[in-house]
Design a protein around this ligand. Structure first.
Ligand SMILES: NC(=O)c1ccc[n+]([C@@H]2O[C@H](COP(=O)([O-])OP(=O)(O)OC[C@H]3O[C@@H](n4cnc5c(N)ncnc54)[C@H](O)[C@@H]3O)[C@@H](O)[C@H]2O)c1
Ligand SMILES: [Zn+2]
Length: 319
């Protein structure tokens, strides 16, 4: 077992009882996790939300707050989100705001939640079609990442995590899955960045490698889940880095090979017109007026934040 800041990775689910420290504890989960792991919830008060991104909204937030009021929950409570990123984002947001903030922690049950979503204190919900547009920056008290949960995870959900895994490999310049404790290594990489830039003033932006185009692809098609879209986004970032003279041809090819190795797509699907995709990129919330900050690679393992003008972006695609 390994502990990195407030995150424990390994055979750690049994620690939950100790972490409660005698507090009234309410578990928050979704319908799938409750059904797959009923014993976790048997002798503990809990709230069950619908599963999936569509449930990560203000209505569900209100429902949970209403349940907490009905249950007479006061500030001494410990809320524990047991689930994937949807559950941890929601529980964190409720935890950070209910009665101006109560204690909360997470048991992350998807690969994506264990290596990314549960870490770093960003919590929130989607609103009016914008992802994570209403939320808070508050760290959880603890995160437990037990690989036990990954045994029941469908392949499609594993691939959602692989996209982030390759992202970490590109950021750190290591083939992470080759190591037996790859979850802990990803946690280390993310927490190291977050520790030095909690509110995303600078370095934390590096964690968005591959995400500018991933978000745009997700807006244009339902064909790919987030991890698959990140796979394509990483390849696009590598290709733009190469076109701008940062990344060598060999390193660009290496990036694409790495994405392929994890069985993720590497190319923008032909069903999306370039104009449509760039339009989605430019409408993304991270842009300013004349350029967007893209995360590019100077080398594998050496990411940089680089403002790229709209003209350059169009040129990069015209070839
Ligand atoms: N806060 C952050 O910093 C951050 C970072 C990255 C992603 N996110 C958010 O994370 C969310 C995506 O997370 P996700 O991919 O975990 O999605 P998710 O929570 O929707 O989980 C995916 C599916 O797997 C099911 N599931 C969960 N655990 C399971 C298990 N052990 N076995 C079988 N099925 C299981 C869920 O019920 C769901 O149907 C997005 O909303 C995204 O915005 C947040
Ligand atoms: Zn992501």
């Amino acid at each position: 077992m390994q502990t990195i800041d407030y995150v424990t990775v390994g055979d750690c689910l049994r620690q939950l009882e100790t972490l409660k420290q005698g507090r009234r504890t309410i578990l928050v989960t979704d319908t799938n996790v409750k059904e797959l792991y009923p014993t976790i919830f048997e002798s503990c008060e809990h709230i069950v939300m619908e599963s999936g991104e569509r449930a990560k909204n203000i209505n569900t937030y209100q429902d949970i707050c209403r349940d907490l009021l009905d249950m007479g929950v006061d500030r001494g409570v410990l809320l524990v989100g047991v689930g994937g990123g949807v559950v941890t984002d929601m529980t964190g947001f409720v935890g950070a705001t209910y009665m101006r903030g109560v204690s909360f922690g997470f048991v992350a049950t998807t690969l994506l939640a264990q290596i990314d979503a549960s870490l770093g204190g960003k919590n929130g919900v989607d609103f009016e079609g914008y992802k994570n547009i209403v939320g808070t920056f508050v760290h959880p008290e603890f995160v437990l990442c037990d690989p036990l949960f990954l045994k029941t995870l469908p392949q499609k959900e594993l691939r959602a995590g692989y996209g982030e895994l390759v992202k970490y490999a590109m950021l750190a310049g290591e083939d992470i899955l080759a190591s037996s404790d790859y979850i802990a290594r990803c946690v280390e990489i993310k927490m190291d960045v977050v520790r030095n830039d909690f509110k995303e003033g600078g370095r934390r932006k590096l964690l968005n490698l591959g995400h500018t185009f991933a978000h745009a692809i997700e807006k244009c098609t339902d064909e790919y889940n987030h991890g698959e879209a990140v796979g394509i986004g990483l390849c696009v970032a590598a290709e733009i880095s190469q076109k701008l003279g940062f990344l060598s041809v060999e390193e660009c090819k290496k990036t694409i090979k790495m994405v392929e190795k994890y069985d993720l797509p590497t190319q923008i699907p032909s069903s999306i017109a370039v104009e449509e995709l760039l339009d989605a990129v430019l409408r993304d919330k991270k842009r300013d007026k004349s350029s967007i900050d893209m995360i590019l690679l100077r080398n594998i393992g050496a990411p940089i934040i680089h403002p790229i003008s709209f003209e350059l972006l169009f040129e990069a695609f015209k070839g």
